[in-house]
Design a protein around this ligand. Structure first.
Ligand SMILES: *Cc1c(COP(=O)(O)O)cnc(C)c1O
Length: 385
């Protein structure tokens, strides 16, 4: 049964991406572990690098969640970024939000820079800087919202509108919000990119990436990049991600509830210098977050008045939060950005943008809130007094 287009988010999440079961009666799709397909088959598959039933099911499922006409899946979030950036040409300019995912920055500067791609970085959370879009006329405007790790909120609708005025496409890296909380294409963006490794799969057991769009030209460029650059996922990982995606809404509701409660509690606890969470009224862009997101997501950052050594000791002392990079899984994780995700950024630059030595990033899982709160409380008392 094909779900109606106007079905709700949860109905679409459960019912989309269940085809290809033939006459078997199987309720869920098999994993098509095949490298090649017999020529002339009715579905038009030929070789798994350029398409596989599990890719198609995943793409349909995420496209439904994003409210998109098309989606193309990749081996990782970085593969998805590679697909987009490789579609540009020498001399093209990407104007990017300055608080950018590290691997995206590295790809612009150290990989595609060699081939003549230009990238410029501005603080797109400040409206006066949007003028730079009109002035520099980029091919692509690239932003994340919320950003990593500072959870800045960037106005997707406003920026997409200005970019469209000068004929630029807008890409939103939607990884931190997930399509349950934020749908960039409905806000005017051209492309919505996600590392499905995070919330969409949600179980920290495989990597993946996806790009959703309503633009036919961009869609065919994404399909081309998948096969021309060999960026396809494995059918098994695509199957796992489709499975994870079915419970995205339920998981996100719990991530949001736990994270909001944790952020409120941290804000009132002594010894905590600053707490940042998009749905806390103290967030500088609280109103905008409420406007473009349906929940604050599961990421919380807190700044403690302490050294790197103490911050790391605190992270190691936690029992329920594992010290690890990545985010968005059912289990809680903790990260110390200055020594982990942002270790390659020079200390001076780090401090200037607000990544201090005592900054901690929590990926709040779906465990019982009280257990998470107690874990943090005990670690804080023991390490920071
Ligand atoms: C993790 C992440 C990526 C890269 O995704 P991988 O699946 O790890 O390759 C891209 N953007 C953001 C915001 C991320 O958090």
């Amino acid at each position: 049964m094909k779900p109606e287009n106007e079905a709700g988010f949860n109905t679409r999440a459960v019912h989309t991406g269940r085809g290809f079961t033939g006459a078997t009666g199987a309720v869920m799709p098999p994993i098509y572990l095949t490298s090649t397909f017999e020529q002339g088959n009715a579905e038009g598959f030929d070789y798994t690098r350029s398409g596989n039933p599990n890719f198609r099911l995943l793409a349909e499922s995420v496209a439904a969640a994003e409210g998109a006409a098309f989606a193309t899946c990749f081996a990782s979030g970085v593969s998805a970024i590679t697909a987009v950036v490789s579609s540009l040409k020498s001399g093209d300019l990407v104007l990017a939000e300055e608080n950018l995912y590290g691997c995206t920055y590295r790809m612009f500067e150290r990989v595609f820079g060699k081939f003549g791609l230009q990238a410029r970085y501005v603080d797109l959370s400040r409206e006066e800087n949007w003028e730079e879009i009109r002035r520099s006329r980029p091919t692509l405007v690239w932003l994340e919202s919320p950003t990593n790790p500072l959870l800045k909120i960037v106005d997707i609708a406003g920026i997409s509108r200005v970019a469209a005025e000068v004929g630029a496409a807008t890409l939103v890296d939607n990884t931190f919000a997930s399509p349950f909380l934020q749908r960039p294409l409905e806000l005017g963006a051209t492309l919505s990119l996600s590392s499905t490794t995070k919330y969409i799969n949600g179980h920290s057991d495989c990597l993946g990436g996806i790009v959703a769009t309503n633009d036919k030209g961009w869609h065919s460029r994404m399909d081309f990049a998948q096969k021309a650059l060999g960026l396809q996922p494995s059918p098994f990982d695509a199957w796992l991600t489709t499975r994870g995606q079915r419970t995205l809404a339920l998981r996100m509701e719990r991530h949001c509830a736990n994270a909001l409660e944790l952020a409120r509690w941290l804000e009132s606890r002594k010894g905590v210098r600053l707490v940042r969470y998009p749905f806390l009224p103290s967030h500088p862009q609280y109103e905008l977050a409420r406007r473009q997101m349906r929940g604050g997501s599961g990421m919380v950052i807190a700044e403690f008045d302490c050294s790197t050594e103490k911050a790391l000791a605190f992270c190691h002392r936690l029992r329920l939060f594992t010290l690890a990079e990545s985010l968005g899984g059912v289990e809680s994780l903790v990260c110390h950005p200055p020594t982990m995700t942002h270790a390659q950024v020079p200390a001076k630059v780090r401090h200037a943008v607000g990544i201090s030595d005592g900054l901690i990033r929590f990926s709040v899982g779906i465990e019982d809130f009280e257990d998470l709160r107690r874990d943090i409380d005990e670690a804080l008392t023991e390490i920071l007094g």
